[in-house]
Design a protein around this ligand. Structure first.
Ligand SMILES: Cc1cc2nc3c(=O)[nH]c(=O)nc-3n(C[C@H](O)[C@H](O)[C@H](O)COP(=O)(O)OP(=O)(O)OC[C@H]3O[C@@H](n4cnc5c(N)ncnc54)[C@H](O)[C@@H]3O)c2cc1C
Length: 423
């Protein structure tokens, strides 16, 4: 049975550990740079294709108890005029829900499952990967304490998987000339605000257009049970070309008024966006970045997964979902192919082209193209939407993104499971 070293205990790394365990591969260790697993981040969406994987890993009850099963998504113009709406999750005919959840709570669900199933001695916190390599079908790695650089441990493994996020040390060593992630000039302010439920209470909205957009959705089942809503929001603004890029740090705090100012006019009858932003305790700032797709993720006994492999713009809510899919496909390949080399080749062949297509679609603004078109054709608002964009055009935008990102309902509901039959 191969020993597998997972570098990075984020959503991708934790899911990979659970998927390998489920596939019967038990000699698995996670090495995480942070010395604690904490509930960092704000909200994320887990789309039905990824919820299917987490369900097949036995986690749906925990998700149901914590997350909001998103019922619909509605797109609005910058004037608050409705452009397009569609049901989501079960209401859209999927066999699995779409969940809106706090990233930290999803992390804790995964972390607790890893502790229970693999055991606490398989998670090595405070292990920051400093160096690694590969010789004679064997990988090695050296870890340091990130705070002071002191050596912590050296290990060997049959396979090393870089799940170390958008600033991946593994990717950088494999592609040293790649340079930093690419910024598209958009600054994202993110936060959560306690408030009243809006629209259906389980609606996700997008309003505006690519250069000035807000995304809002509720993420807490606990607050919903008390008639309240924990609203996760992202407010995005394309800044002038000469503006410096904000720091690439998920925890970088910003001034609340900087986030409010560009959205002062976004006071809609269903939601007062500036008031919602002002109601947040903390506002975080992050640049919208991605990277160009790679020619391969595999280098001998080393591969990449999740944001380390395919960082993408957070358009269409796919970052975490694609990392979860990677994890299940890699685990299935390792459990069913005759060698690690064959498994890595199958994984790369299945997941790299698929995620390359999502990275490209997100650069073309993904399903939010409808907002962009309306802004361009009717910048001052419209009286009859059909004169601006036809229903057929709106339907095609929505369907084509689902096909690209792997969550077309018919295809998802009928495709074979990635689970490996138990012996
Ligand atoms: C703190 C944090 C907050 C985030 N907040 C949000 C959010 O609010 N909304 C959103 O949509 N997305 C957020 N993301 C990103 C989102 O989680 C990812 O895009 C997605 O889930 C893909 O997951 P991943 O496991 O590939 O990468 P990540 O979730 O980024 O996980 C990477 C992991 O690798 C660890 N790591 C990094 N370098 C090393 C190293 N050298 N050695 C060992 N371990 C290392 C990191 O500490 C981290 O735990 C956040 C990520 C982080 C790390």
């Amino acid at each position: 049975m191969p020993n597998i070293a997972i570098i990075g205990g984020g959503i991708g790394g934790m899911t990979l550990a659970l998927a390998l365990h489920d596939a019967g591969i038990r000699d698995v260790d996670i090495y995480e740079s942070d010395s604690h697993v904490t509930e960092l981040g704000v909200g994320i969406n887990v789309l039905p294709h990824a919820v299917r994987e987490l369900t097949e890993l036995g986690l749906q009850d925990q998700l149901m108890a914590t997350a909001i099963p998103t019922g619909e998504i509605v797109y609005y113009s910058s004037h608050g005029q409705r452009i397009w709406g569609e049901p989501r999750g079960l209401a859209a005919g999927y066999k699995w829900p779409q969940f809106s959840i706090h990233r930290g709570e999803l992390m804790m669900i995964l972390y607790r499952a890893v502790l229970e199933r693999l055991g606490p001695d398989r998670i090595h916190l405070g292990h920051h990967l400093a160096q690694f390599g590969e010789e004679n079908h064997y990988a090695w790695a050296e870890f340091v304490n990130r705070a002071d650089g002191s050596p912590v441990e050296s290990i060997g493994a049959d396979l090393l998987v870089g799940c170390d996020g958008v600033h991946s040390v593994v990717r950088h060593a494999l592609y040293p000339n790649e340079g930093p992630p690419k910024w598209n000039g958009i600054t994202m302010w993110r936060g959560v605000t306690r408030g009243k439920p809006f629209l259906s209470g389980r609606t996700m909205i997008m309003a505006g257009h690519f250069s000035r957009r807000v995304v809002v959705y509720p993420i807490s089942k606990r607050l919903e049970d008390h008639g309240e809503a924990l609203l996760n929001w992202v407010a995005e603004l394309k800044t002038a070309d000469d503006q410096p890029m904000p720091r690439q740090d998920w925890q970088h705090q910003a001034r609340i008024e900087d986030a409010v100012r560009p959205f002062e006019t976004y006071k809609f009858d269903f939601l007062d966006v500036p008031a919602m932003i002002r109601g947040a305790e903390t506002v975080y700032q992050y640049p919208m970045v991605d990277r160009d797709p790679l020619p391969t993720w595999n280098h001998g006994r080393i591969t990449l997964l999740g944001d380390a492999a395919h960082p993408m713009y957070p358009v269409g809510s796919n970052g975490a979902s694609q990392a979860i899919l990677d994890a299940r496909v890699l685990a299935q390949a390792l459990a069913t192919q005759s060698s690690i080399e064959d498994a890595l080749a199958a994984y790369d062949a299945a997941r790299r082209p698929a995620t390359t297509a999502v990275v490209a679609a997100n650069r073309q603004v993904g399903p939010e193209k409808c907002m962009q078109i309306v802004e361009e054709r009717a910048p001052n608002g419209f009286t009859n939407l059909e004169e601006i964009i036809s229903t057929a055009e709106l339907e095609e935008i929505s369907k084509s993104y689902k096909r690209t990102a792997g969550f077309d309902p018919e295809i998802l509901n009928t495709r074979a499971s990635f689970s490996v039959p138990k012996r």
